[in-house]
Ligand binder design. Structure first.
Ligand code: PMV
Length: 324
């Protein structure tokens, strides 16, 4: 019986992945760069069970159904295809738990598929290196490939690598949660809509400039250099979403209230920049010295339910594993 448990942090992209050039391989329309979030974790246990008739998957204590179940089973099938022992080709029991609300723009699929990839490969007796794990995680969910290495991570087509370790910069992400509800349209379906927007090609063409600014700011630990590019790319991605057919509008009134507040605070001299994933919650990036003030102010914005504070996180890691 092979069983393993892995932990992963989701990541927040400073330059986003939105739209694919290859659906099956999850190859992105543009390069992206992200930071793992230490304060948020997904813990996933996979156990291959001889004789079990089908995969049994629980997410946050509830049986997974429909698309969520299909995606996990498809990922287990990828692992089973690689397995060299009979045990690794058996059906599995999967238990995955998030300590944060899933599917609300906190990038839960990134940590989910990073943790699932490491737990399932270990439980199947496979030992993949970081590049191999990242490539496999990408097939489950594109952004998951960036949760495999630690710290600040660049994803360019098939290549993923760390551009700076977590210790490089104590950058903070103050996440303003304006809803805990799961979104109606997930990013799996959203990516396919990107090319239907007339703005998609323009955004993809603009990404290299934004990525250069983000890499430069990151290297010099200078938020003022990367912040405007981070905001521009997030707004461009949401512009693509809004102008797709059908249109995707993830923002709530409180989302816009936070965006306006962040800009007003910046005008007053508080250094903070926003970004938003495929959901209504807003990630506010600031230095460690400004973190307490940003948190306090965000909590006072009407419509903000809670604020989660995070610094840069580790890569995917094993907690416990047994091979009998
Ligand atoms: O990995 P996916 O298919 O859930 O796509 C993630 C897309 C965004 O979170 C919106 C952007 C990103 O780069 O993480």
């Amino acid at each position: 019986m092979g069983k393993a448990t892995a932990v992963a942090n989701p990541n927040i992209a400073f330059v986003k992945y939105w739209g694919k050039t290859d659906d099956a391989l999850n190859l992105p329309a543009n390069p992206s760069l992200s930071m793992n979030l230490a304060a948020l974790t997904t813990v996933t246990t996979v156990e291959f069970r001889p004789g079990q008739a089908f995969d049994v998957v629980a997410i946050d204590g509830h049986p997974a159904v429909e698309q969520a179940l299909d995606r996990v089973v498809a990922h287990l099938d990828r692992v089973r295809a690689l397995a060299e022992t009979p045990l690794g080709r058996e059906r599995a029991r999967v238990d995955s738990r998030n300590d944060f609300p899933a599917a609300t723009g906190l990038a839960s699929s990134s940590s989910a598929f990073a943790a699932l990839t490491l737990a399932a490969t270990q439980a199947a007796g496979l030992s993949l290196d970081e590049a191999g794990l990242s490539r496999l995680a990408r097939l489950g969910s594109g952004s998951a490939c960036r949760s495999v290495p630690a710290g600040f991570v660049l994803w360019e087509m098939e290549e993923v690598h760390q551009v700076a370790p977590a210790e490089h910069w104590d950058l903070r992400d103050a996440i303003a949660i304006v809803t805990e509800q799961a979104k109606a349209v997930g990013s799996q379906d959203g990516h396919a809509l990107a090319p239907t927007s007339p703005l998609h090609a323009a955004r993809v063409a603009a990404v290299p400039g934004w990525l250069a600014a983000v890499r430069d700011g990151l290297a010099r630990r200078d938020l003022a250099t990367m912040g405007p590019a981070i905001e521009a790319d997030a707004l461009a991605m949401h512009g693509v979403m809004m102008t797709s057919h059908p249109s995707l509008l993830y923002w709530l009134p409180a989302t816009v209230a936070v965006l306006q507040a962040v800009r007003a605070w910046r005008a007053e001299g508080l250094e903070v920049y926003f970004t938003i994933d495929a959901g209504p919650n807003v990630h506010c990036l600031c230095g460690a010295a400004a973190a307490a003030e940003v948190e306090k102010r965000l909590k006072a914005v009407p419509g903000v339910h809670q604020v989660v504070m995070s610094g840069p996180g580790a890569g995917v890691r094993l907690v416990d594993w047994h091979l009998f």
